[in-house]
Design a protein around this ligand. Structure first.
Ligand code: FAD
Length: 521
């Protein structure tokens, strides 16, 4: 998958009509494009920045039914998500795994309450379950969570959910679309809608942000899958449209593995403000979060607030013997939930249902918003089905339930490289043929030169940030280490793409400015 190939496909179709144009290359847009493409609709996806550069690279990295929605008795949401959890683990085995969670309990009432609740949770997952939920005694909790606060600890409840790598999943979806003949472009922004004489949306005006070339593209259906930016597209359709998105910010801290130890994740069902707190092992570090802060303004690069960082540290510190402080934070990242609000109660983001919403405008513009990464597949299925029902597309059956996004390499491939799916073999071969490419780029992170080269050739990165933040996860795993190896990575990219010194310097400078917001002082 290269951008040049994708532009060539666009040029071939330039005077023709697409069946579907998808605006937005996050989880939702990529899911819709994959669903549409695998039903053989001629589909193009346009993303104004990089794939998953919005919310979809900033999640808690869980493929989950949502234990907290169970507490809110939103059973339909939980059942749907549990089913999709199973499908996602089956269809993307290279990027997902079964994760054991433990809820530590300090009263016998909690022991009973959470054992009952989580047993119900595992029953609800049915055939696609990941393992039973059960109570374990204090000694076993300490064995599995060595850093847990032991004072008053009665025991813990074990349950299972899925875990994944969000931005790599997005890139994998993009690659599955492109490698099978679909078309998608990053750094390609939709600036307006094209309408016919009856006021029906029949295409988009878009600009290639790298060349500045402007395009008018036509389609039977335009899907607005722009997450927290959905209102901007709705206002291109109807300038006085009421805003429906109430963004809510969620922050995560990345800490060293020693703050959790072991392989189990920690789950606290009720923090100070009634939220759930997770501490999860991920790519050799510990990810802790999250917050839920209603925002008025949408920032393309959301930044964690001091009070959010303090909130997470304070709550994590209540349950961990080795208490994390600001100096221990390797990286901090923030994301915006695209919640579609109830106009009567616009500020209560915790109460807004997390279920997705599909809105068909009078003009035929179809908007899909809300939901979760876990449910991206069924959201896409429902979106295309809604277009069929509205007579915007001819009827074709959804096939993504069994569509393998990529496969896990055979045992010979390194466990760590399986995130590249079948590409793991090519990376290993490069390392064998040219041993200098097997060298680690950073002393703190395991990525090699071979991975950077392979990504340049296969995964459509454009900027240094694409490489350090979303193709590899260096920025999120250790922002200072990412900053340090930025020049070396930029040199490799420049050599691959044929760029000069000026590109390297500009990219490094731009990346360093951005990386500062991931570093806590
Ligand atoms: C803190 C947090 C934690 C979460 N944790 C989990 C979790 O553990 N598990 C889970 O299942 N879900 C989780 N979620 C939810 C999940 O991450 C989101 O539901 C999902 O990523 C939303 O994807 P999206 O595609 O709708 O939005 P986005 O990822 O924001 O994608 C929208 C895209 O549209 C593009 N765009 C906007 N305007 C234009 C335009 N004019 N032209 C072209 N492109 C445009 C943007 O650049 C962006 O890339 C979490 C969310 C948050 C905020």
């Amino acid at each position: 998958m290269t951008r040049t190939q994708q532009l060539e496909k666009l040029q071939k179709q330039i005077n023709g009509k697409w069946d579907i144009i998808v605006i937005g290359g996050g989880a939702t847009g990529l899911g819709v494009a994959l669903d549409a493409f695998t039903r053989s609709y001629k589909t193009i996806l346009l993303e104004k920045s990089d794939f998953a550069s919005g919310t979809s690279s900033r999640s808690t990295k869980l493929v989950h039914g949502g234990v907290r929605y169970l507490a809110q008795m939103d059973l339909l949401l939980v059942i749907e998500a549990l089913k999709e959890r199973g499908i996602m683990l089956r269809n993307a085995p290279h990027l997902t795994s079964n994760q054991e969670f433990i809820i530590p309990v300090y009263t016998w009432f909690d022991a009973f309450f959470y054992t009952a609740g989580l047993t119900f949770y595992s029953i609800l997952s049915g055939r696609l379950g990941l393992g039973p939920s059960y109570f374990i005694g204090r000694r076993k909790v300490i064995e599995r969570l060595p850093n847990i606060r032991q004072e008053g600890l009665k025991g813990g409840i074990v349950y299972h959910d899925g875990q994944f790598d969000d931005s790599r999943m997005a890139v994998s979806l993009a690659k599955a679309i492109a490698d099978n003949g679909g078309t998608l472009l990053n750094y390609f922004e939709v600036k307006g809608l094209v309408k016919n004489e009856e006021g029906k949306v029949k295409g988009v005006k878009a600009v290639d942000k790298l060349s500045g070339t402007e395009y008018e593209l036509y389609a039977e259906l335009v899907v607005n899958a722009t997450g927290v930016f959905a209102d901007d597209i709705l206002r291109m359709d109807k300038p006085d449209a009421q805003r429906i998105i109430r963004p809510s910010q969620g922050v995560h801290l990345v800490l060293d593995k020693s703050f959790l130890q072991g392989e189990s994740a920690l789950m606290i069902p009720k923090t100070d403000d009634g939220r759930v707190l997770f501490a999860i092992p991920w790519h050799g570090k510990t990810v802790v979060g999250t917050t839920d802060t209603p925002l008025e303004k949408i920032n393309e690069e959301p930044v964690a607030l001091d009070e959010e960082i303090d909130f997470i540290l304070r709550n994590a510190g209540k349950y961990l013997v080795k208490v994390p402080g600001r100096k221990d934070i390797l990286s901090v990242f923030a994301g915006l939930r695209p919640l579609a609000s109830d106009p009567g109660n616009p500020h209560a983001t915790k109460e807004i249902s997390r279920r997705h919403k599909i809105i068909l405008s009078e003009s035929g513009l179809l908007t899909i918003t809300g939901g979760k990464w876990t449910t991206y597949r069924c959201m896409a299925e429902e979106t295309i089905d809604a277009a069929i029902k509205a007579g915007l597309l001819e009827k074709r059956k959804c096939v993504t339930k069994t569509f393998r996004i990529d496969s896990v390499p055979r045992k010979s491939a390194s466990e760590r490289l399986k995130i590249y799916g079948k590409g793991a073999f090519e990376i290993e071969k490069m390392m064998t043929d040219k041993p200098d490419t097997a060298h680690q780029i950073s002393e703190n992170l395991p990525y090699t030169k071979a991975e950077i080269i392979w990504i340049c050739r296969n995964e459509m990165p454009v900027t240094l940030e694409d490489m350090l933040s979303r193709r590899t996860r260096m920025l999120i795993l250790d922002a200072r280490a990412a900053e340090k190896c930025a020049p070396a990575v930029a040199e490799i990219m420049a050599a691959e793409f044929g760029y000069g010194k000026v590109w390297v310097e500009e990219e490094v400078e731009k990346f360093r400015r951005m990386a500062k917001t991931y570093i806590c002082t």
